[in-house]
Design a protein around this ligand. Structure first.
Ligand SMILES: C[S@@+](CC[C@H](N)C(=O)[O-])C[C@H]1O[C@@H](n2cnc3c(N)ncnc32)[C@H](O)[C@@H]1O
Length: 295
């Protein structure tokens, strides 16, 4: 029989397909054993049973074939929250935590003066619910609305909301703003929408091969959904409210132009911890055009 440390050593074969081979093997073995990762380091000489070893080896084989660890174990941590994950939507990425930080900062600053009003934040394309759940857990007094088009992804977000017992998140099936009541206003709107060009070679690499195109790809060089959200958002923003959008590292210029062209103020781009332009936002200004009749 093999010990835990021998099984982890076998997992290093994942180096051929993964930059995080050691972590991947640890996550898979901990999952199979139904234990936290710390158990592996506390009991390296333990010998898992035959069924557990064969389950682990089967998962290693699937990982070697490229399947994302998050799909194999059905979960991914985001903002220190354990989120259920499946093939209906994006696996939450660490880069998106930057959008959560900025939404907290921008919303806190703008709502200090209006503190008697309940803060309302909209998350467009909520997927697993990652952004909405992170904000809801940080600010229990805020009201979060998460919108998602794909029924299976919406069901997943609802399971995450229940597992995390977050009572301040509403989840709505909608094509962007279409199902939201006219006149509903938010202090901040956040979105990590599809923004990859259909011909981008990155779509043939790594985890994205196993994620749905509906979560990844947008027309017009990846900018179509962002452009739609920029045009439609002012009708759903409080005056001075923030629209914050995650985008690809080379799209900052284009997203700033879209926001400026639609009359937003304080337009700016923030970089992620890899120093790439990653989030661009602006505030609904006096001159912001209201396209609510275009919907
Ligand atoms: C890049 S994923 C982001 C998921 C999640 N917010 C995150 O950051 O991990 C984009 C999400 O937008 C959803 N989506 C795509 N088009 C949409 C539309 N027209 N209306 C609402 N949601 C949409 C996709 O199904 C997907 O769940």
């Amino acid at each position: 029989m093999a010990t835990i440390s021998e099984l982890l050593a076998q997992g290093l074969a994942l180096r051929n397909v993964s930059d995080t081979a050691k972590l991947d093997a640890e996550l898979l073995l901990a999952f199979v054993l139904g234990k936290p990762r710390s158990y592996l380091f506390a009991w390296p000489e333990r010998e898992p049973g035959v069924a557990e070893v064969s389950h682990y080896r089967a998962l290693l084989a699937r990982r070697l074939a490229g399947e994302p660890v998050a799909h194999l174990i059905g979960s991914r941590e985001f903002w220190s929250l354990p989120l259920m994950v499946d093939a209906s939507t994006l696996i939450p990425r660490p880069e998106t935590e930057r959008l959560v930080e900025l939404a907290l900062q921008c919303t806190d600053r703008m709502t200090v003066a209006a503190s008697r009003q309940q803060v309302r934040v909209l998350d467009l394309g909520t997927g697993t619910g990652a952004i909405a759940m992170a904000l809801a857990s940080e600010r229990p007094a805020w009201k979060l609305v998460g919108v998602e088009q794909e029924p299976a992804a919406l069901a997943l977000a609802k399971r995450n909301r229940a597992a995390l017992a977050l009572g301040n998140v509403e989840l709505v099936q909608s094509n962007w703003f279409a199902a939201l009541p006219r006149g509903e206003r938010f202090h901040t709107i956040v979105s990590n929408p599809p923004y990859i060009d259909a011909d981008d070679p990155h779509l043939q690499e790594g985890d994205v091969r196993f994620e749905p195109r509906s979560a990844l790809v947008a027309a017009d060089r990846g900018l179509a959904d962002i452009a739609h959200i920029v045009r439609a958002a002012p009708a759903y923003l409080e005056p001075g409210g923030w629209l914050l959008l995650e985008h690809g590292a080379t799209q900052g210029d284009a997203v700033r132009s879209l926001l400026t062209g639609s009359g937003y103020s304080s337009v700016q781009t923030w970089r992620d911890y890899g120093d790439r332009e990653r989030v661009t936002g602006g505030r609904r200004g006096q001159q912001t055009e209201d396209h609510s009749d275009d919907e």
